[in-house]
Design a protein around this ligand. Sequence first.
Ligand code: ZN
Length: 647
Amino acid sequence: MTNLPAAVDECVQYSRLIGSDPALVLHGGGNSSVKARWRDITGREVDVLFVKGSGCEMSTIRAADFAPLALGRLHELLDLESLNDTQMMRELAAASLDPDAPRPSVESLLHAFLPFDAVQHSHADAIVTLTNAVDGERIVEDVLGTGVVVVPYVMPGFDLAREVRRVWKEQPHVEARGMVLMKHGLVTFGATSREAYEQHVELLRLAEAWLQEHAPPPEREPAPLPGVSLDELADLRRDVSRVAGRPLVLQRHTDDVVRRFVARPDISALTTKGPLTPDHVIRTKPAPLVGRDVDAFADSYSAYFDEHSPRLDTRLEMLDPAPRVILDPEIGMVTAGSSAHEAQVVADIYHHTMPVLERAEDHLGGYVGLPPERLFEVEYWELEQAKLRRAGDPSALAGTVALVTGAASGIGRACAEALLACGVAVAGVDLSAEVETCFAGPAWKGVVADVTDAEAIHAALTETVESFGGVDIAIVSAGIFGPSTPIAKLTDDEWRSVLSINVDSVARLLRELHPLLSRSTIGGRVVVIGSRNVAAPGPGVAAYSASKAALTQLSRVAALEWAGDGIRVNLVHPDGVFDTRLRTPEMIAARAREYGVDVETYRRRNLLRTEVTSADVARAVVALCDDTFARTTGAQIPIDGGNERVV
Ligand code: ZN
């Protein structure tokens, strides 16, 4: 859309201020709007509601994230007696003046109704602490004063907009400074976005000051958690994934807030009293699992589904009965999601939930969330489900966890990159500190460790399991080439260092990985990076060739021993991969001279006369991890452009 009114830029600026504070909005929550005149292509002046797109992040919002809707049309829609969610979203889309704009917020009609040019809305922790207390309405009125309109809980959408209109018609709130939606959040307004923002800040200041005095945040020193083994965490992930019917990433949290919360004797009762605000439910489910009995949780969830689903207009299929938040006095908090990002979103939401539950419960007469039947309505809220569905079809490996050694460069790095692109949560281990920043985002965990150091490797596995819940896939890529030395001059140290890195460390790693891989619900998958040298060794690289031959034999035995556990172990034998750290340009030039050819010819010294890159190897490795080779174990696949001595 061109020639946007300046008021939209101002709205962007203040929306970002609200969005930048996680105590106000989290992950797509909250919204804002501004009403302004806009001149269309024919020169006509139109009254437009610029409202935040559904699911857009307030913290990074841009003008293009606002949907421009014809305001007159929205008022006509508000006159209807009823409008279901699907109809409403269709009508909102039809009211848009820009076909490229995002889908408008589900709260668009509420914004349209409010007789102010600028509106800002958040789910601030301080406000929901007040609204979710016993006698919340009275507390809100006492704390925020009579200039604030209080609206009872109604599910966001057409019904909430109508409810606000009803409240307003009963008593025109010309002097209103803001509006509190019970068990939902705060709405402020004004002639400009700045005014709406300032009202927001002022009302929050009042709420926070009052809470500080009457319901201070918990400060008890939390007790340390008793230890829990990696196997126990992997058991938990196996159970959750089994019940979900697909692998999920599990993320463990043991910070002060969590440790204090899981030690509460009333944790079971308190955590079933409902979430802070409706849009949290699709992420967290109506209640967490307290303890580790995943099957009991699934049974009661299914019973709850059966009891409440007939109340919906259309019978929906249950998504899955697996918990998303698990609270355990020994483990702390574990959050689950179909990706590391999702597990992180759930954790962020529950981190804000715990103190609110505690403050309302301990100081404000008790916490009261939404009743269960309303929770169900929200979880299967078609608008919100649509939000999740838009995330796209998950890849075959979505929700799985991989460990990649030698992940900072070459083939290991290419494998990590390819797995991340398939939605896999990847822990990359490398000697180089570069591994920590190779990739960004919650699905990447770079751990600096020497593969020959048993303690460091155990620590790396611990970090992997704490971050992602277990290990489904292992890519063994760490290795060295060693100096080119004829056997007659080979020192013991050279021999030992190559074998220790290329073979000894792998035997130890596989031993440590076995309990984790055998707990994978998809069946563990191991891909070992061997070498063309196994079938066709070269002079001057005795230690390297011998180590890769031993590594191959080790992997074949693993394939035999672990088949009964459903673990597949396969090898790839690359050759002539020059974009790795194993080979410097000087080494390549020296080898080319030895063979009496130029570098370019040396690089393509194979039957297909083709160059082999790390990415080519990674593609084959991913195929060995997904279902392409579901019926294959113990295989050795050359990735060498074809070699006469191998063929
Ligand atoms: Zn809201």
